[in-house]
Design a protein. Structure first.
Lengths: 316, 270
């Protein structure tokens, strides 16, 4: 058992290392490097060479990767190409804001999704199920900014419930903070729920149609007993796995949503950095997103291993 | 009853998709105004003359939505076709070819798919700078991973069937195996995946354009039109909602159609 966990964790660390290598390679081995981005189109070869030397770009790529990675792990994210400021300080505040947004979204969307998914599964094939499937299919298909601007129009302009821009004053209290992010949370939650509800429904339908449930039914077990003793223990593992896996969606959805609502998170920071071709900041943001995303996926994988007795035995 | 209701939704979405295609192809003929033509004041409300009003520079919104669809959908189509060719070719090669080839390709694809594609696209475009060929290239490579996994799985499945075994024992070449045995049997699954990936490509192209990458002004495309008009929403002007709704219209219709078709074929088989 412990061996399996260690093995999975080691695999996860390997993936993280590969991903960091990929993020480094994407910005360092492509044509058009940091020096060119910094100087623009009218750079002379001499100026380019000078900049490359001062940025250490004349060192071998593998050596630069090692320096970059070790500095990153120790918290030194380098300096921004756009304004020369250290990236770490800006990223820390922005990342906290993004995590806050993601945490509130998860707290709202997870319970509702489980409830709706379970209801749809219980009413399989009937009108409630079909309405939920239809609504989630539409929500999966529409772009985030359509939902976002529609919600601004309805809830900010017409009903004046929430502010249209998620600006957070430096000394905002928790309630003010929560109120300010009402619309981004709603937009993200609708996006996450669309996937989550469908998967929760599928997981429950699968467990309920398993042969041991049928067996219990035939043995005359009460509905109460079937749900609590047979279905629930078998569905919890897949459910947690699905939830963690879907939270990874937030990592992607959050970029667009932060731009829509001008929310000072790390997604907005990355979008601005990419537009300004501030490669070092974009790289730092990308690595943080990547580590979060891969970390969540590894967690989902670990949860699946821990909660599935069959996987445990086979892997050992 | 279920079948009939699904087909009904499917028919409507098919109609919507055909309308989009016609509008995109004939935009220069059908659009009431030019793409960059200034026709009046900024953000005029929709009226009889300008059905969707005007944008921030006083250009006709309806015309720009039509031209924008033409550009967004043709970029998305280019991404999907390139991804399909690249992914399917490599996927089938991995399924049919030597095992080391399969290992190398599969591990590479796993690596790319370990990251969210929007992050990778943003990162690569921050270095390359925003250009349409760059945009198409990056998204095509990222999307090809999906086609790779699917076509590899299909290829492996079909390669283990008896009729392929017979053809192999007959001494047929790998090319013959792919074109005569594997592809005809994989068409419907690959076509469905193509539609789903096209949908995803429209969303990705629009998302990147919304973030300011890709199409440059004054050319219209749905994502950058949302971005250009975003500020108007604070004054209660619906301008950014029109291009956004145009995207939603085509992606929802495609997804509904794909679901309807797969339901129909499932019922037909039973």
């Amino acid at each position: 058992m412990a061996l399996v966990l260690v093995k999975r964790l080691a695999q996860g660390c390997m993936t993280l290392l590969l991903v960091s290598g990929f993020v480094f390679a994407a910005t360092n081995l492509l044509p058009g490097d940091v020096a060119a981005a910094l100087l623009g189109e009218h750079a002379t070869p001499e100026a380019l060479a000078a900049i490359r030397r001062s940025l250490g770009l004349n060192q071998p790529a593998l050596y630069r990767y090692w320096i970059w990675l070790t500095h990153f792990v120790s918290g030194d994210l380098g300096t921004s190409l756009a304004n020369g400021q250290p990236i770490g300080a800006i990223v820390a505040i922005r990342f906290y804001n993004t995590l806050f947004l993601a945490a509130v979204t998860a707290a709202v969307s997870v319970p509702i999704s489980i409830l709706l998914g379970a209801l749809a599964a219980a009413h399989r094939g009937r009108w409630l199920d079909r309405m939920v499937s239809g609504a989630t299919l539409v929500l999966v298909s529409v772009p985030e900014f359509f939902l976002g601007y529609l919600l601004i129009m309805l809830l900010s302009r017409y009903l004046a419930v929430f502010p249209s821009m998620a600006q957070i004053p430096p000394d905002a209290s928790l309630t003010q903070h929560l109120f300010a992010i009402g619309l981004p949370v709603l937009t993200l939650a609708l996006g996450v729920m669309a996937y989550l509800v469908r998967m929760v429904r599928a997981a429950i339908v699968e467990v309920m149609s398993a042969s041991y449930i049928e067996m219990a039914l035939l043995q005359g077990a009460s509905e109460h007993e079937i749900v609590l003793r047979h279905a629930l223990p078998n569905v919890i593992g897949p459910l947690i796995n699905i939830i963690v896996f879907n939270l990874a969606y937030l990592v992607v959805g959050v970029i667009i949503v932060e731009v829509i609502f001008v929310y000072p998170g790390i997604g907005q920071l990355m979008a601005d950095a990419v537009a300004a071709r501030d490669v070092t900041t974009a790289q730092a943001c990308a690595l943080i997103f990547a580590v979060t995303y891969v970390g969540l996926n590894i967690t989902a994988d670990l949860v699946a291993t821990l909660t599935n007795p069959r996987l445990r035995v086979r892997a050992a | 009853m279920l079948l009939r209701s699904v087909s009904w939704a499917g028919t409507v979405s098919l109609g919507v998709i055909v309308t989009y295609i016609v509008l995109a192809i004939f935009a220069p003929v059908l659009a009431p105004h030019g793409e960059a033509e200034v026709v009046g004041g900024a953000w005029i409300s929709p009226d009889m003359q300008h059905w969707l009003g005007t944008d921030g520079l006083g250009r006709d919104m309806l015309s720009r939505v039509m031209y924008g669809g033409r550009r967004t959908m043709s970029i998305a189509l280019a991404v999907t076709v390139a991804a399909f060719l690249l992914g399917t070719l490599l996927g089938l090669s991995a399924a049919i070819g030597r095992s080391w080839l399969d290992t190398v390709l599969s591990r590479t694809v796993d690596g790319i798919m370990a990251l969210p594609s929007l992050i990778v696209a943003l990162l690569v475009l921050s270095v390359l700078g925003s250009s349409i060929p760059g945009l198409i290239g990056v998204l095509a490579v990222l999307d090809a991973t999906r086609f790779f996994r699917l076509s590899r799985a299909i290829g492996q499945d079909i390669m283990s069937r008896d009729y392929v075994e017979v053809a192999r024992l007959r001494g047929e070449s790998i090319r013959w195996l792919i074109t005569r045995e594997v592809l005809p049997n994989a068409t419907s699954v690959l076509a469905t995946e193509f539609a789903i990936r096209f949908c995803a490509a429209v969303l990705q192209v629009s998302a990147l354009a919304f973030l300011g990458l890709g199409v440059q002004p004054p050319s219209a495309d749905w994502g950058s039109m949302v971005n250009e008009n975003a500020i108007a929403i604070n004054f209660g002007i619906a301008a950014p909602l029109f291009p956004a709704a145009a995207i939603a219209g085509v992606t929802v219709s495609l997804n509904v159609l794909v679901t309807a078709l797969s339901d129909t074929s499932r019922f037909a088989r039973v």
